[in-house]
Write a new protein. Structure first.
Length: 183
């Protein structure tokens, strides 16, 4: 079952501030996907929404994404029972059906070095204060690695070699909390 997090004005402003920092570092470099202020803002909104939800669950965590100097680490580190290092992947609702739930084959080695799993989020097409971020669920990197990579992308446009999970492969959020509670 997915969860929704309401974005307020201060959360949106925080996401924009963080997105401006990361786009300043990565502008002009090719990304695994689109390297735009929209994609950076979308990602930060997902990270902040996940932080809010995890905090509401009473789980201790480190919001690594808040520190620009720690970008080579996982976005979130849950600190209960088993430490769980998680990256947050946030998709525009418009792209979720065809392109969502992807991890670039080229990104996988770096992701495996820093994270144990992925939390999947969806945002509305238009980003603004008062939107809702849907936290759909999560997967381990082993889940993604078990899938044969495929080329994804709109016909006639840039194709990316991806591990793409199906919607039915996404693990419910509650199983993430259960996973972190076991010792």
């Amino acid at each position: 079952m997915s969860e929704t997090v309401q974005v307020d004005e201060s959360m949106f402003e925080r996401a924009m501030h963080l997105a401006e920092q990361t786009i300043a570092i990565f502008s002009g470099r090719p990304g695994h996907y689109n390297n735009t202020i929209d994609s950076h803002l979308r990602g930060k909104l997902g990270e902040l929404a996940c932080s809010k939800w995890i905090s509401e669950q009473g789980v201790e965590f480190d919001s690594v994404y808040e520190d620009i100097g720690r970008m080579r680490e996982a976005d979130l580190i849950l600190k209960t029972g088993n430490t769980m290092r998680l990256d947050v992947k946030t998709w525009n609702q418009r792209h979720w059906p065809a392109l969502g739930r992807c991890i670039s084959v080229n990104q996988m080695p770096a992701l495996q070095a820093k994270a144990d799993g992925i939390i999947w989020c969806i945002t509305p097409d238009e980003l603004a204060p008062a939107i809702e971020v849907e936290i759909v669920g999560w997967n381990t990197l082993a889940d993604a690695n078990s899938i044969e990579p495929t080329w994804t992308g709109p016909p006639g446009r840039r194709q990316v070699h991806n591990y793409q999970l199906s919607v039915s492969d996404i693990r419910p959020l509650q199983t993430l909390l259960n996973e972190t509670e076991t010792v």
